[in-house]
Design a binder for this molecule. Sequence first.
Ligand code: DAH
Length: 338
Amino acid sequence: MKDQIEAIQTEALARIDSANDAKTIEDARVGILGKQGTLTKVSAGMRDVAKEDKAAVGQLLNAARQAITAALDSKKSALQDIQDAEALKGIDATLPGRSVHQGSLHPLTHIRHEAISILRRMGFALADGPEIEDEFHCFDALNTPEDHPARNEKDTFYFDSGKLLRTHTSSVQVRTMEGEAPPVRIIAPGSAYRRDEIDATHLSVFNQLEGLYVDTDVSLGDLKGTLEYFLHELFGAETEVRFRPHFFPFTEPSFEIDVKLHAKGQAPKWIEVAGCGMVDPAVFDAISGSRKDDSYSPDKVTGFAFGMGLDRLAMIRWGIRDIRLLIENDARFLSQFA
Ligand code: DAH
């Protein structure tokens, strides 16, 4: 039996040694150590071995099994190494990885989100209106006479139908009051369109945010407090804000609001960011005409309104010198806001 075991071991090791794929190895394992394997079969002969030889033959059998198992394992891992090396051929594992490009918010989106969030905290709800407007909602109801320069074809994009691209978001004020009884407290962010010559501070499509608050006792103090708070939240509590008397057809009194801009390397200067005022009674009268009720009668309600340029706010916030950067989609510019 000893000779048999030695012969099987020798033959097995040679077989394993010459195997060069996983299947041949597995076949060898089954053929030698499996249920019907050569070594398994021989070990059945143990029962016929003389008592005094059992220990020695048993040891030999174990040693053969261990040697064969070790040879199988090392052959398997050697084959695996060859396979791995093959798979990695041509791959330089020392090359730096490719970075994943991550998008980020456009500065305009960012400033709009921030503005909306501040005003919502103060109780303003979002409102919406069409960008293709009629003259009534864009001008007439807002007390803007026929001969007002803003209505001129040179300034406004008109369609053949007589409709127009809204020149400001103030038209949403009108639509809101037509649809809802007071009190109303809304903000309406959105695009506005003008036939402006495009330069560093003008685009023909720009972004505004309109606000309107109408109730029984809204005062100029409310207007000032609301907008000062808003601008301090947006630009920082130490930011200087001033209200400058102005004229708008739809508010009386009216103001323009300036913010003191401290840009790096430049002398501080006042920048206009918004128009505002107390809603003109003529606007309430127009709304009463549309609604055919007196819920917005100037005898009952007062209100304030404001409209600001979101592009301007973004420019001030980040010291952007040319408004055109906001629409050029140059990744070198935009990535600074990531
Ligand atoms: N509509 C004005 C503009 O586009 C901005 C504005 C001024 C809106 C005063 C208002 C306001 O609601 O009360 O320049």
